[in-house]
Write a protein that binds this ligand. Structure first.
Ligand code: PLP
Length: 379
């Protein structure tokens, strides 16, 4: 059992970050650690110096990041990982790689998980079938089971829903779809905040800019053996093939590893940033990070409820990660959002909800700012 968090951020983790009290917008962007900032500056400096052998040395950060990603997922090796600049690129690899059949996609998914499937359908390849959530806005294994048909070749969903914060039961969904269909997971709202059975997925994609706190233009894709078998290398570019540095003008076979999911080489500077961010999560421990987030999330839920707010997210710990969406029935959302901002609280505001996202660097003082802001609303 981890000890109850005190009023500060998680010790050993929070010291690596400089965001002010009141920052609760991790579902949109997670301010990177000072280590990431240093790595980026160092590697950029190294690139600028142009030392002999410097480019080869910079390129070593790709394998460092792939290894750290594999460890975080509990994947067999770095061979299952390819670095990508964002989540969407990975979802396009998955969508365009499937030649036929249908894919179940929650109808209210974040759009990065909708467009690739629409584009694939327009090309006459796999077709998306919208999956409606249950009455509690959840995509449960039962919801998936009820929608499966003989044509279903894959299910593609977010590990943690960007809007409701619902945390999918990846192991349960894997079980209902069986070993022959692909489970495609957008992990960006969960990875770095919570621990899930990630390798239940066949394709897992993430950007590093939110809960992993690696900055923009970082991310990766994990591919299982089944994914390697089923996905055609439609977007595989020159660096994703055998002998990429043999410039003989001929077509080379796709790389035997997940490196085939590459259009070109990743930025070594982004790779270094991602590796540094992943190594911090590993060093501190995802369980401790998740426990701190759970505690602050409980406090935020209590705070919202104490002023008559309506929590739209699941409140039981096993159904959520770090996202709490809410409304205040007696106040216009724009007024609530303005008040939060005036009290120094950073959130995401959309017409029908406001999203609060605590991380392991979040202090009790931050929760207090939310409390003061919501208490100040006219009743
Ligand atoms: C569930 C989800 N997927 C993907 C993204 C972003 O995708 P990308 O990394 O391609 O910018 C977001 C948020 O921006 C998101 O909430």
């Amino acid at each position: 059992m981890s000890p109850q968090p005190g009023p500060g951020g998680l010790s050993g983790y929070a010291e690596h970050f400089v965001e002010p009290d009141g920052y609760l917008d991790f579902g949109r962007f997670g301010p990177p650690s000072t280590d990431v900032v240093e790595t980026t500056a160092e590697l950029t400096g190294q690139a600028a110096r142009g030392d002999a052998g410097g480019v080869d040395e910079l390129m070593t950060h790709e394998l460092r990041a792939r290894r750290a990603a594999a460890r975080l997922l509990g994947a067999a090796s770095a061979d299952t990982i390819a670095l990508l600049p964002n989540t969407s690129t990975g979802l396009f690899h998955a969508a365009l790689g499937l030649p036929r059949g249908t894919v179940l996609v929650p109808e209210r998914e974040f759009p990065s998980n909708l467009y690739p499937w629409r584009r694939a359908a327009a090309l006459g390849r796999v077709r998306p079938v919208p999956l409606a959530a249950d009455e509690q806005s959840r995509i449960t294994p039962d919801v998936v089971r009820a929608a499966l048909t003989t044509e279903t070749v894959a299910v593609s969903l977010s590990a943690v829903d960007f809007r409701t914060g619902y945390r999918a039961d990846l192991a349960g969904i894997r079980e209902v779809i069986g070993p022959d269909r692909l489970l495609i997971v957008d992990a960006i709202q969960g990875l770095g905040a919570t621990d899930l059975p990630w390798t239940a997925a066949d394709v897992l994609v993430t950007g590093g800019q939110k809960w992993l706190r690696a900055g923009w233009s970082t991310g990766f894709l994990y591919a299982s053996e089944l994914a390697m078998e089923r996905l055609e290398p439609i977007l595989t570019g020159w660096s994703g093939v055998d002998d990429p540095y043999l410039y003989d003008g001929r077509e080379h076979a796709p790389a035997p590893t997940a490196l085939r999911f590459a259009m070109t080489n990743p930025s070594p500077i982004a790779a270094g940033a991602l590796a540094t961010a992943l190594e911090l999560v590993e060093h501190v421990g995802i369980d401790r990070i998740a426990a701190h987030i759970a505690q602050r999330t409980d406090e935020l839920i209590d705070t919202v409820r104490s002023v008559g707010g309506l929590v739209l997210s699941p409140t039981s710990e096993h159904e959520r990660a770090g996202i709490v969406a809410f409304t205040v029935p007696t106040a216009d959302g724009a007024v609530v959002a303005k008040s939060l901002q005036e009290h120094g609280v950073s959130t995401t505001f959309r017409p029908d909800w406001i999203r609060l996202c605590a991380h392991a660097s979040t202090t009790l003082a931050t929760v207090d700012l939310v409390h003061r802001s919501l208490r100040s609303l006219p009743r």
